[in-house]
Design a binder for this molecule. Structure first.
Ligand SMILES: Nc1ncnc2c1ncn2[C@@H]1O[C@H](COP(=O)(O)OP(=O)(O)OP(=O)(O)O)[C@@H](O)[C@H]1O
Ligand SMILES: [Mg+2]
Length: 310
């Protein structure tokens, strides 16, 4: 079972206009609402691949109810803590003539310690030894910096695998708690190690330092360029796939979902890595944050090229 935790989900509202007029009146051509937030996207990806998943975290207000309904409609089991403050809405404005996408993201409401504690109690009830827990999202404002590390240590002691895709100090501090897998993109890895990473060798060196400090596996996604997959004794470079791009939203979450799912199924690191690139490339062919179609991912798998650098 793959359990995802989203502490700061979002209702993603995508508005398409023919040409965005700043300081003018814009007529909307198309609107869509998606249940969003990294962990929720990961659950959608795992479900689409045929895996068993449970989505957990915090929802609030009308927007939170909307997300709950859409998870129900997608057939994804969930167990969220409900609070009064509404879940944030993130607005994405797509300009169809300039082919640009402008994001306006709310920060989300602060969450009190008691609610976070409740989320963790629920999580400990659901997670069984051998399960995988994926904590993926920005933290709500004001969250204690030690939280992620404490959760990681406690879950690991229960025999649960822990994957992290978070940002900020809380993520940096959790890296010494021995997470099984992290999946930063290049910018996030730069933020973690505090310097620019120009070439693959720089990315590999930075990932190796994290592994020396206790992280088991590092997948660094490089957008259209593919990804690097690093463990203590293996370095794999998987090249990006050329696909018709419809929406790149959540492609990293699709990759995390695929990696966690295939590893949980007992697949080798190399096979799981190749499949996760095929799945994430298949996801960018889908609108909004919709997950990949399994049939697209299987077809793309034949085109995946991997170099074993170590
Ligand atoms: N334009 C693209 N063409 C082909 N594949 C892509 C493209 N963009 C992303 N991908 C695939 O998706 C993977 C993850 O993308 P990316 O590095 O952008 O993740 P991310 O920044 O974590 O995304 P997010 O957090 O928004 O989900 C890449 O490693 C690649 O396999
Ligand atoms: Mg990401």
């Amino acid at each position: 079972m793959i359990i995802t935790v989203t502490l700061n989900p979002a209702l993603d509202k995508t508005i398409s206009v023919s040409r965005l007029m700043i300081n003018g009146v814009n007529r909307v051509e198309d609107t869509r609402l998606d249940a969003g937030g990294k962990g929720i996207n990961v659950s959608k990806s795992v479900k689409a691949l045929g895996g068993e998943t449970l989505a957990m975290g915090i929802l609030g207000g009308e927007s939170g109810l909307y997300i709950q309904h859409s998870m129900d409609k997608l057939g994804i089991p969930s167990k969220f803590c409900f609070v009064d403050a509404p879940t944030r809405t993130n607005i994405k404005i797509v300009d169809n003539s300039m082919h640009t996408s402008t994001n306006i993201n709310e920060r989300g409401e602060p969450v009190d310690e008691a609610t976070l504690q409740q989320v963790f109690e629920n999580l400990k009830q659901e997670a069984k030894p051998g399960d995988t827990v994926i904590v993926a999202s920005t933290n709500p404002p004001g969250t204690r910096e030690e939280l992620l590390g404490e959760w990681t240590r406690e879950l690991k002691a229960m025999g649960v695998k822990v994957c992290l895709d978070c940002t900020g100090v809380s993520m940096r501090r959790a890296l010494t708690a021995g997470p099984d897998l992290i999946k930063p993109n290049k910018g996030e890895l730069e933020e973690i190690c505090g310097r620019r990473l120009y070439f693959d060798v720089d990315v590999i060196a930075a990932a190796k330092v994290l592994i020396e400090n206790g992280v088991q596996r590092v997948a660094v996604s490089l957008g259209a360029e593919g990804a690097l997959f690093i463990t203590e004794d293996q370095v794999l470079r998987v090249y990006g796939l050329k696909v018709p791009v419809v929406s790149t939203v959540g492609s990293g979450d699709g990759m995390m979902g695929a990696l966690a799912y295939y590893l949980q199924e007992g697949m080798e690191w190399k096979e799981a890595a190749m499949r996760s690139v095929a799945v994430s490339a298949a996801q960018v062919m889908r609108p909004g944050s919709e997950p990949a179609l399994l049939s697209d991912a299987e077809a793309l798998l034949e085109q995946v090229i991997v170099d074993e650098l170590m």
